[in-house]
Design a protein around this ligand. Structure first.
Ligand code: MN
Length: 232
């Protein structure tokens, strides 16, 4: 037994639908601007950009349920609903045609963003970590296994805030499909079991306010309901 100087932190994990088992999380890799409509709303040309990525700490992932804590240091907390891909296997330089073999299952989550801090970071050419990777910044539904639901590539993805649809897209609008994303990442780092990929958001991003009731769903895959907590 290793003698740690204090008890090691618990392994972050997500619930699995219809199971008592949990999915252990290794790290979180997020795709920027993967729907043309969202790339346009953020001021870029979706036809010209290769995929780009940023990361969140594994312990930024929390269950998308109950009350979501409103973070400090922002007045502009934005939602981005995204299909979440959970890996059971890994490797480097994965071929696109083999990439979906790495996938254990799928969920739906929010890539929460302190948009005001991100705008400052863009202006000053500084990193996005504190605008994207804060505590509780990656709420996610329970995961559904690909062995039960397959590999969704046409499903509707949408977000409702207080009963109003604010984001509404389809997985067939992904600029870089999931297999391409996994192959691309694996050229830069070894993917591993437990990695989660947040695959990008459709257009319609906007601010959450305390008390908002939020419903996210990828139809046939997973859904969640949560309430935004008070400002700290
Ligand atoms: Mn995003």
């Amino acid at each position: 037994m290793t003698a740690y100087i204090f008890p090691p932190p618990a392994t972050p994990a997500l619930a699995i639908a219809h199971s008592d088992q949990r999915f252990p999380i290794r790290r979180v890799i997020c795709v920027g601007r993967n729907y043309a409509s969202h790339a346009r709303e953020m001021g870029s040309d979706p036809d010209r950009e290769p995929p780009f990525f940023f990361m969140k700490p594994a312990d930024a992932v929390v269950a998308a349920a109950g009350v979501l804590p409103y973070p400090g240091a922002t007045n502009e907390l934005h939602y981005e609903v995204e299909l979440v891909v959970a890996l059971k296997d890994g490797g480097e330089n994965i071929a696109v045609e083999n990439a979906l073999d790495l996938v254990w299952g799928y969920g739906v989550g929010l890539d929460l963003t302190r948009r005001d801090l991100q705008a400052q970071a863009k202006e000053t050419r500084r990193p996005w970590d504190f605008s994207k990777g804060f505590d509780n910044s990656a709420p996610c539904s329970p995961l559904a296994p690909a062995s039960a639901i397959g590999h969704p590539d046409q499903a509707r993805i949408f977000l409702e805030v207080n009963g109003k649809v604010v984001q509404d897209g389809s997985l067939n609008e992904l600029i870089w499909p999931i297999a391409d994303i996994l192959a691309h990442i694996s050229r830069f780092m070894a993917l591993q079991p437990g990695d989660l990929i947040f695959s990008g958001t459709p257009s319609g991003v906007g601010a959450l306010e305390p008390g908002d009731q939020v419903h996210g769903e990828v139809v046939g895959v997973a859904s969640f309901d949560l309430t935004v907590g008070p400002k700290p």
